[in-house]
Design a protein around this ligand. Sequence first.
Ligand SMILES: Cc1ncc(COP(=O)(O)O)c(C=O)c1O
Length: 395
Amino acid sequence: MAIAAKIQTFIEGASWIRKMFEEGERLRAVHGADNVYDFTLGNPNIEPPARYDEEFRRLAAAPPLGMHRYMSNAGYQETRAAVAEVLSESSGLQVTAANVVMTCGASGALNVVLKTILNPGEEVIILTPHFVEYKFYIDNHGGVPREVWTDPETFQLDLQAIENAISEKTRAIIINTPNNPTGVIYPAESLQKLGDLVQRKEREMERQINVISDEPYARIAYDGMAVPSIFPFIDNAVIVTSHSKDLALPGERIGYLAANPRMTHVELFMEGAIFCNRTLGFVNAPALLQRLVAKLQRESVDIGEYRQKRDLLYEGLTGLGFSMVKPDGAFYLFPRSPIADDVAFVRLAQKHHILLVPGAGFGAPGYFRIAYCVDKGMIERSLPAWGALAREVGL
Ligand SMILES: Cc1ncc(COP(=O)(O)O)c(C=O)c1O
């Protein structure tokens, strides 16, 4: 066999992603790009903030000696200190550069954390609907994913379900707020309750459970909603995040992990994470980008643009009879599929040139995902097609 049987199975399980992409290409070739409404990818269509270009030019005009050399596997001290300063402000705790490792995006950070903590066969709780890659990342490091549903009406944490799933095998829980695909934000009270639960279970079982807070959308929150820092509520928490969304730099692969300074054995955890960043082959996060984001920790893209798009689609689609939670952040909507089979619904949508991702891809059949980090004109042009689709399914 040319590739591992497991990888072949994974590829087949995720083949609808490729099929969707191929169908999009086919539709665009036949009907023209303007007549196809592609809501499948979480790839920001906004350009990075103006300050990014300024810093980029400044750096190019006066490059420091050795700008492209290897550095410490944890990243530049200056960048980690800039990250730590912002995290100290948001958490009210004293986060230092020693608590931060710069990584190749949140994906890199997740893999580094999981490799650092997992023994073979240990379980990681993930909350459904969940980001599609979590299962593969957990598998990368010999762990076993344990899916636990959030509340299917609100997509908020179901603490009882989490408690029921925690066992002697549980090593970590991944939460994602603001959430992909639902757009919900977990309020401070929920984080406090989760922290209390985890701490109680840690005491009962005399073992550490890390809460990994995946937060690449933390700056994309609407209507004055704040995304509370997890650190004041959960001692054994690690933040994993990136500038893929808040600075619209997904192709540049720059992010970080940060451990709560109150974590048990935090120095050992950091030592492990730095070692794993190196031995996973990332070696260090891109040097050029580290220099830039050190200057941009207080910047983000224009959130108002995303809010407008959310409102346009949310109002448009609920007006047609689709039902969904109004998202507080990120750039996704996760409506209920109007017919039970979400894959069949997504196929029907393709007939109207609307490209979507079925909920099954997030472990949540019966829903579908819309990524609205797209051109506003495309959203406006798509509304009549949504109307025709709604009529076809009897809304
Ligand atoms: C919830 C979530 N986590 C992690 C990632 C990975 O992002 P990156 O590796 O670009 O930082 C994404 C990307 O879409 C995401 O939606």
